[in-house]
Design a protein around this ligand. Structure first.
Ligand SMILES: [Zn+2]
Length: 216
């Protein structure tokens, strides 16, 4: 699950005030309806990306996440944990699915380095969060449960999600770096269970210790 404080204004200051975090919840009988229906085109986009990232075939559906969310926070995705065995499903907020679809249509539109105004930065931030949500939930599907580890691994795979949706590697790396210095940087204060001092180049959660490129 990922959670962030709702944006209050289209401004860099507001972007800088948006933390995010996530977790997973048990699979419930009430989830059957949404999981059994056929995937929409946006859901198939998310499934294809999650499949490439995990080498598994999780079902992804967009809709209500079935969570009680604290006031002022927004959960963008949740992985559903069955009583036994690996997780096979995750749910995304419809807006996350929309961003994935829009990103696939025009990746360059969401390149933070191309921004010249606050609205553009906000758009890039929302798109980066959508990409990060898919990678975060994918690591839950892979069996990881420790949120600070999941979030750190997910961030290091933002570039992969971006390139799976048609972005260049360079743009994917710029989006990941943008997420690192904005959304992730605020976690220590806002969502500390999703932050780790070991999430850095050469840290315990560095997936590519031989490389000094970070976080991609
Ligand atoms: Zn999570």
């Amino acid at each position: 699950m990922r959670l962030r404080i709702l944006p209050v204004a289209v401004a860099i200051a507001a972007v800088a005030a948006m933390p995010a975090y996530g977790e997973a919840r048990p699979l419930r009988p009430g989830d059957a309806t949404v999981l059994k229906r056929s995937a929409t085109s946006e859901e198939r986009v998310a499934e294809a990306v999650a499949k490439r990232l995990t080498r598994l075939s999780p079902a992804v559906r967009c809709g209500d996440l079935g969570l009680d969310v604290p006031a002022g926070m927004l959960v963008t995705g949740v992985t559903l944990l069955p009583p036994h065995g690996p997780a096979d499903y995750f749910l995304l907020l419809p807006q996350v699915c929309n961003y994935l679809s829009w990103f696939r249509q025009t990746p360059a539109r969401f390149d933070p380095d191309g921004c010249r105004d606050d609205a553009c930065v906000q758009l890039a931030s929302d798109a980066a969060l959508a990409l990060a949500t898919v990678s975060h939930e994918s690591y839950h599907v892979l069996g990881y449960r420790l949120e600070k580890q999941v979030e750190c691994y997910g961030m290091q795979s933002i570039w992969f999600v971006a390139t799976s949706l048609g972005a260049s590697v360079a743009e994917g790396q710029r989006i990941a770096a943008f997420y690192w210095r904005t959304t992730y940087a605020r976690r220590q204060q806002t969502t500390p269970t999703y932050w780790s001092a070991e999430c850095r180049d050469g840290g315990k959660y560095d997936l590519r210790p031989a490389s000094h490129a970070w976080p991609s």
